[in-house]
Unconditional design. Structure first.
Length: 131
């Protein structure tokens, strides 16, 4: 039997970390598909800046939507996983992103949180993170 240190993936994650990583990617894909079906364009996935990462950035008309995806066995568990520190990081990252947009910080923007439960169902909380 291999010990935990011997079981590594190419990204340096142990098996449980690898499962969580891939589960998170699948949740992001599910949420992106939901936004696409409702007429949004996905402008970026896992967008990174020095301030941090934003899971998804969508656009519809003149609106820019920053989406944080949280997955857990239940919607409540997923919601509880979003900390005040993460919300601050998301807001700061969004400021960086908006700085490169034609209307800058005056762009129409909102922050959604997409909760994904263990069965793959999605609950989107629009405007869940305030400035």
């Amino acid at each position: 039997m291999l010990c935990r240190e011997q079981v590594r993936t190419e990204k340096g994650l142990d098996m449980s970390g690898s499962i969580s990583y891939h589960s998170g990617l699948a949740a992001e894909d599910t949420v992106a598909d939901l936004y696409l079906r409702s007429g949004h364009e996905i402008a970026a996935r896992r967008w990174r800046s020095a301030a941090g990462e934003i899971d998804l950035i969508a656009r519809k008309n003149d609106d820019i939507i920053f989406i944080e995806v949280k997955k857990s066995r239940s919607f409540a568990g997923a919601a509880e996983a979003l900390s005040a520190r993460q919300m601050a990081r998301i807001r700061k990252s969004a400021e960086v992103y908006l700085g490169d947009q034609p209307q800058g910080l005056n762009s129409n923007a909102r922050f959604d949180v997409a909760l994904v439960n263990g069965q793959g169902a999605v609950s989107v909380l629009e405007n869940a993170i305030t400035a």
